[in-house]
Design a protein around this ligand. Sequence first.
Ligand code: UDP
Ligand code: MN
Length: 337
Amino acid sequence: PYTLGPKISDWDAQRKFWNTMNPGMNKTRTGKPKLLLVSGSQPGPCGNPMGDFYYLKFLKNRIDYARIHGLEIFYNMAMFDNDMTSFWAKLPLLRKLMVNHPDVEWIWWMDSDAVFTDMTFEMPMHKYEGKNLVVHGFHNLLYEEQRWIALNTGSFLIRNCQWSLDLLDAWAPFGPEGETRVKAGKMLTAKLVDRPDFEADDQSALVYLLLFDDPKWKLKTHIEWEFYLHGYWKYLVYKYEDLMSKSRPGFGDDRWPLVTHFVGCKPCQEAVTTKLDECLAQMERAFNFADNQVLEKYGYTHRSLGSFKTQRIRKDSPDPLGLLEETLPALEKPQNS
Ligand code: UDP
Ligand code: MN
């Protein structure tokens, strides 16, 4: 059967040993366990150059979020395993990153078509002690209604540990392109509620594992619904102006969504359709909605959410840090006179 690589069974001990030998490596500059933000897109050019344009903007958005929150970042454009194409590409990548970065505690996967829309929201990591997988979804839709869209694998956190390597080992066999993936798709459609008939996707396979495989998966998985770790774009993008007039960033939930994910948009596709046009227009708006939160510090804003053009929002100050008036004269006084 298909495997992602040689079986590793004592990863927790190996990691622990490595970190003892390399003290201090496993903490960020602010002393927290390291979180690596990971994303990626196809190795070749998009069929539609606008797709590459928005992937670049979304990458800039991730760099901004990572800088603001002190996260490391990895963007992949290589195929790590010829069998694991399209949405399955993240699995071999996650395994490689885990075993080659023993200093990293958590990996945050984000699809290329997802964008951070709350730049100040900080992940509440304390909630996930004792959990190894954090994925956006709804408990009842998942465990009671068994729906294939009960959770979303476009943005999730996975801990670097033995449990996660085991999960990837259990997850990957649904994915190899060709007959295996087609057959697995039929099985998933039969088992999960409302799933259309198509080849196996990583999201359905994870739902399947949580529902029907070893109960240890469910035990260590946190289904996050209190904020938008993933947020479906159609429910969010038309509300941005309203939020800007009534709310402020920092909540991550309906008051200011953390992530806007363009599920089903396929911005790389060549064929021009009205649906794709709407996707691209809303990607521009989502990016600018987020970018305003970045530009604000430097005194700029987008003229409107639909416009990549910017305008100044204040005059430059000769005292950018606000120190000249009071603090500096005080500091310059001799301390022990
Ligand atoms: N992807 C990748 N390499 C590839 C193709 C896809 O890393 O060669 C990633 C990319 O980040 C993409 C994700 O797989 O966003 C999932 O696919 P997509 O977003 O199209 O699925 P959807 O969210 O629309 O279901
Ligand atoms: Mn996606």
